[in-house]
Design a binder for this molecule. Sequence first.
Ligand SMILES: C[S@@+](CC[C@H](N)C(=O)[O-])C[C@H]1O[C@@H](n2cnc3c(N)ncnc32)[C@H](O)[C@@H]1O
Length: 343
Amino acid sequence: MAKKYTVLETWIVNETKPEGSSSTEQTYERMSQQGGGRLPVIDVPMDFREESHFYDEARIRDFAAHLAGADDVLDVGPGDGWPLLRIAPFFRTVTGVEPSQKRIDVCQANAEKLGLSNVTLKRMSVTELDLPDSSFSGAVAGSSIEQTADPYLALSEVFRVLKPGAKFRVSFEPFDRLDKGFSEDLFLTETEDSLGYHYVLKHHQPPWERNYLVKFNKTEGVKESFARLTDLIERLGPNPSQNPELGLQFLERHQGDIAGSTWYELEHFTSVTMKETLEEVGFTDVRIAFSAAVLARTMWPRVKDSDLTEEQTKHVLQGLADVAVRMDAPAGLGEPVVATKPS
Ligand SMILES: C[S@@+](CC[C@H](N)C(=O)[O-])C[C@H]1O[C@@H](n2cnc3c(N)ncnc32)[C@H](O)[C@@H]1O
């Protein structure tokens, strides 16, 4: 299907001539923290009265339960440490492969803060793993495979470094439930040298994403304009086509301060296309399996006002994860996939 261009995108392409980049370089290297700096345990103390914390623990136990029996586990693209640092207590060693030096630095600092001694971080792309065949007895990926330039190669490399019989639990940003059409997003970043205007365009069916960064010189005037833009995005929502003052008007007004631009494109997945790709790569027993977080959702109304201790809550979630491991999910819900390297 022909790829359409929005008016804003056409302006960025014609006026700023973006150079090709990657998600690592353009997005993850520029973020100060991931998850809004609110990752439970990693950034803030676990609080089971918070619904999102309850689901986070369910997701962690889901990864661990699918890999039960593994000792050395690979995490693809852990960013600031999710799920790497949270699953570390369940295994002998955990290794994160992450191409962004910024994310590695943050993740390393988080590992030290948590006192974890079985975590190794390697600065490398999953599409080019400098690791021997059959090194790991399990692998996980959290929203990272679809952030690589070549997801097929990424999955092939995970396959290569897994031992026969090892399991791979993959969660991803699912495009299953999105209606036909586009969605747009806008977010801002700041580094030492530049202010970043990021425009993201997602096409739902078939699923892909184009991502642009327009870099601005950090003059006092541009800093003030970015502060006003932050406020406008909060009030109006991040949709520059509906609100031209966030889009074309802003870029045209500040065109003289543009210091360069880059772009990249991503291929996204539904649970069915993730399953099919894993099978193409050679994995067997590939299943779409309900995340324990889905079961946790049904449980939340009962536990939220209970007087369960933290230990008892973890015990409940472990039970849910052990059940979820065996529950196949129907296609179309965007549930994660689990696959096995044949023996
Ligand atoms: C959406 S973030 C997810 C981070 C973390 N797993 C989480 O769920 O919070 C995607 C991560 O994938 C990493 N990534 C991008 N390209 C990669 C590649 N080629 N190999 C390994 N990781 C990559 C990014 O640097 C980033 O940390």
